[in-house]
Design a protein around this ligand. Structure first.
Ligand SMILES: NC(=O)c1ccc[n+]([C@@H]2O[C@H](COP(=O)([O-])OP(=O)(O)OC[C@H]3O[C@@H](n4cnc5c(N)ncnc54)[C@H](O)[C@@H]3O)[C@@H](O)[C@H]2O)c1
Length: 283
């Protein structure tokens, strides 16, 4: 499929749409004359975002926990009932917690993998048949430069979850292209963006403790400072996503050098046998 050129009158679904990159994507889709459904687990933020976006077009907000495939299915059913079609799906909701390896409880691993990987997988499994039946469409899965970079102190669960999104999305895109599908897939892999991601633990389930190790707190403080200094505005990321959907491009890289350095480190490691040094978050 050649990508979507005419967005007006089409429908987009954005998970994690109440904040940050998801909210900016919703704004951008509305500017193109699309109808937009935002889904989020944080009810108060979802209500505020839905009210704000509604001033700019047709919007629906649905509380959805992307970890639960039944809730993602209910989201799809509700959007189809209201808007009649779905053309673009952004599996964007994401969270982060971590620490030194043995300090991270199983529940924290489960939460990060459930939202960041299984949430994206649930979106692909539920929406792909709808897009195909619709005559085509586009799926945007949000990963991170962490999908290319291992060894970032205290962020191992996040890294593993984003590697999983990369592997799944690449394989899906290759399978769909080989089969001549009318659905395109993009992988959004941002570097630092000015959002509430460093405060992702606000949504942690009751059984996930706050990550309070001093080393971990220091990493998050540095990441927040780096993001404030060099982070992109979410609207700039949304512009790139629109371009990628138009052109049907797979990789959407806001900081390509940060992705490439991670790939190169692995190639060098494989060639020399010498493991690379630990990374700083946001570098
Ligand atoms: N901000 C960055 O620097 C950066 C860099 C790389 C990747 N990302 C990725 O971008 C995506 C968007 O994050 P953001 O930076 O806009 O952060 P954000 O915290 O501002 O937005 C994330 C949204 O996801 C929602 N969410 C969390 N758990 C959910 C669940 N179980 N079900 C549904 N919604 C849920 C949150 O409530 C929030 O509204 C994430 O996947 C994140 O990993 C962000």
């Amino acid at each position: 499929m050649a990508g979507i050129s005419d967005f007006a009158g089409r429908t987009a679904v954005v998970t994690g749409g109440a904040s940050g990159i998801g909210f900016a994507l919703a704004q951008r889709f509305l500017q193109e004359g699309m109808r937009v459904a935002i889904a989020d687990v944080e009810q108060s933020a979802l209500d505020r975002a839905t009210a704000e976006l509604s001033a700019h077009g047709e919007v629906m907000g649905l509380r959805t926990d992307v970890r639960e495939v039944e809730e993602v299915q209910a989201l799809a059913d509700a959007v189809l009932a209201k808007f009649g079609r779905i053309d673009v799906v952004c599996n964007n909701a994401g969270v982060e917690t971590g620490g030194s390896f043995l300090s991270i409880p199983g529940e924290a691993w489960r939460w990060v993998m459930d939202v960041n990987f299984f949430g994206v997988l649930n979106g692909c499994r539920v929406f792909l048949p709808i897009l195909e039946a619709n005559g085509g469409g586009h799926i945007v899965n949000t990963a991170s430069v962490a999908a290319f970079n291992s060894g970032t102190a205290t962020m191992t669960p996040y890294c593993a979850s984003k590697f999983a999104v990369l592997g799944m999305s690449e394989s899906l895109e290759i399978e769909l292209r080989t089969a001549g599908s009318n659905v395109g897939v993009s992988l959004l892999a941002p570097g630092p963006v000015k959002t509430r991601m460093v405060d992702a633990e606000r949504n942690r389930p009751a059984d996930v403790p706050a990550a309070t190790e001093p080393g971990r707190v220091a990493v998050m403080e540095r990441l927040a400072a780096t993001t404030a200094e060099i982070g992109l505005e979410p609207s700039a990321v949304a512009d790139k996503v629109l371009d990628a959907i138009r052109a049907n491009e797979f990789f959407v890289l806001t900081h390509p050098e940060m992705a490439q350095v991670g790939v190169q480190r692995r190639l060098d490691w494989m060639a020399t046998g010498v493991p690379p040094a630990a990374r700083q978050a946001g570098s």
